[in-house]
Design a protein around this ligand. Structure first.
Ligand code: PAF
Length: 278
């Protein structure tokens, strides 16, 4: 496996490969990321090249968020990626990817990007779209894989790819969970052992929301308010717990595939999760 830090060297290494699978990450990898790498390998076959990028993208962090403290674990990440079958790791410095302030940005439409995560993290999806668009231009992948744990991110990136006619197929990878059901996330590393147990409440609350819908309740506002209150009672600070349509994240309606999504802070750690219901 090659570890490459510059755009020029990456382009040179990729020139012989037509089929390129790509998994963009911010590092501090866990089994969820490695499953995406394996998925990329399956998609492009043994003859293609699998590239993973590791870049903590300042553009998608608000000033009060954890950009400075986000764990940087390049050596460990590279060992894991090699074992998962990755061929090339692209790990640019900030100066390499943003040699000057990134004035040109990719701005996603408000109806998709200013709701849910985008409402609570203004500018987040502009930062994500900008870096992913740029990484796509650098890697020029034929297939790219993103985790479904970041459900809205996957949707925003799918739309970006379609509207901009980018020549890459976008794939979603299933969320990996601990045995107890905690969605794997780099930010789980911030949790104490007690918090890790308490963290299971988020997916349980989403399950409870789904269960109420399945038993025929349709007062979404009341159901969501109850779910939020239950989280507050348990000491969390929830941003949202909500049931939405899968295809555009509009309010849940009968007869369409739905997804329950939640984001909440436990102590100082903000966790997100989602569960699909077809
Ligand atoms: O999901 C992530 O880790 C990041 O948002 C991504 C897609 C790598 C862009 O920085």
């Amino acid at each position: 496996m090659q570890v490459i830090h510059t755009i020029a060297e990456l382009r040179e290494a990729l020139v012989i490969h037509r089929q390129r699978g790509f998994v963009p990450t911010m590092g501090n990898l866990h089994d969820g990321h490695l499953a995406l790498v394996k998925q990329a390998r399956e998609l492009i076959g043994p003859a293609g090249v699998v590239v993973a990028s590791i870049f903590v993208n300042r553009l998608q962090f608000a000033p009060h968020e954890d950009f400075d403290t986000y764990p940087r674990t390049l050596q460990r990440d590279c060992a894991l990626l090699e074992a998962a079958g990755c061929d090339i790791v692209f790990a640019p410095s900030e100066k390499e990817l943003y040699p000057e302030p990134q004035g040109y940005k990719v701005q996603p439409p408000a109806e998709l990007a200013d709701i849910l995560e985008g409402h609570f993290r203004p500018g987040f999806f502009t930062g994500v779209c900008t870096v992913v668009h740029k990484l796509f231009n650098i890697v020029q992948p034929t297939q790219a894989v993103f985790g479904k744990k970041d459900y809205q991110q996957l949707m925003v990136l799918r739309r970006m790819t379609a509207q901009m006619a980018l020549p890459v197929e976008i794939h979603g990878g299933e969320t990996r969970r601990s045995e107890q059901g905690l969605a794997l996330s780099s930010r789980n590393g911030y949790l104490s052992e007690t918090e890790k147990t308490e963290a299971l409440r988020l997916s349980r609350s989403l399950k409870a929301l789904i269960a109420r819908w399945q038993t025929g309740e349709r007062d979404l506002a009341a159901m969501e308010a109850d779910a939020m209150q239950a989280m507050r009672d348990a000491g969390w600070a929830p941003d949202y717990l909500t049931l939405r349509r899968q295809h555009d994240l509009g309010p849940a309606v009968d007869g369409q595939p739905l997804v329950a999504l939640g984001a909440a802070r436990l102590g100082t750690t903000r966790l997100i999760d989602n569960l699909e219901l077809s």
